[in-house]
Design a protein around this ligand. Sequence first.
Ligand SMILES: NC(=O)c1ccc[n+]([C@@H]2O[C@H](COP(=O)([O-])OP(=O)(O)OC[C@H]3O[C@@H](n4cnc5c(N)ncnc54)[C@H](O)[C@@H]3O)[C@@H](O)[C@H]2O)c1
Length: 265
Amino acid sequence: MGLLEGRRAVVTGGGSGIGRATCLRFAAEGAGVAVLDIDGDSAQATAKEVDGFGAAVDVTDAEALRVAVDAAAVQLGGVSILVNNAGGSTMVGLADWDPEEWDRIVRLNLTGVFNGMRAGVPHLLAGGGGAVVNTASISATRPSAGETPYSAAKAGVIALTASAALEYGPVIRVNAVAPGMIRTNLTRPLLEIVPDADAHYARMTPAARVGEPEDVADVMVFLCSDLARFITGQTIVVDGGMTLHGAGVDGLFDRFFRGGHPHQR
Ligand SMILES: NC(=O)c1ccc[n+]([C@@H]2O[C@H](COP(=O)([O-])OP(=O)(O)OC[C@H]3O[C@@H](n4cnc5c(N)ncnc54)[C@H](O)[C@@H]3O)[C@@H](O)[C@H]2O)c1
């Protein structure tokens, strides 16, 4: 019997990286899965892998996300797990952020989580409860230069998570994960520009390697399962111990991004 047998999970950003790995692990543990992603093709591809439901939706569009989560609930027969995982950013100096781009990063990483909770929580309540996991980042718990809107938004996710846990306990548990350096499409450009990136991160990380999406997905499974029944309002750092040393992207902004993104020069 799987850890999530009979659960019904909605995962945003499920088309790639940590979200996709989470969908696969959820399905392997017995959950029905709905994959939501702004990239409809990748949402459908992951949905096919888990024999689930896939839909294209932008988490920054509150109404579209509500409609997509409602549709997922119909397909799954309810929602008992919600993972607000869509997110991302790049690196720019604080005063150089274009204000519209600042807004976009905050809308994606923070408002997108609020939109997901607003859309999903009524379904969890209607079904008698469940678990929410929001994807924060070590950029919130241990910020670096060049990441101001992302760090601020992810720190907002941690606060939102704690506040929601207080609001919805004991019916819904609400936690967050804060991934470290995980090998996904988001971090590929960084891993490409850092010389000998794998060896560098192996040296900087007590676990002696770059993280893989499954390292975070397994924590998602734990937090959504009954094994975590007494855990709510928490943010679990999943970084192989890297932030004991630093943030993993320390110094990158000064070396590679100050004066423009390397791909834009
Ligand atoms: N990879 C890391 O090292 C790392 C570290 C800390 C936090 N995170 C966080 O983990 C989460 C997943 O990132 P990942 O590394 O798997 O990256 P990824 O790029 O592989 O996956 C992100 C997914 O989100 C989707 N997405 C982007 N904008 C969206 C939107 N507006 N609406 C719906 N979907 C959208 C993308 O299409 C993509 O499928 C993000 O919140 C990211 O900030 C990642």
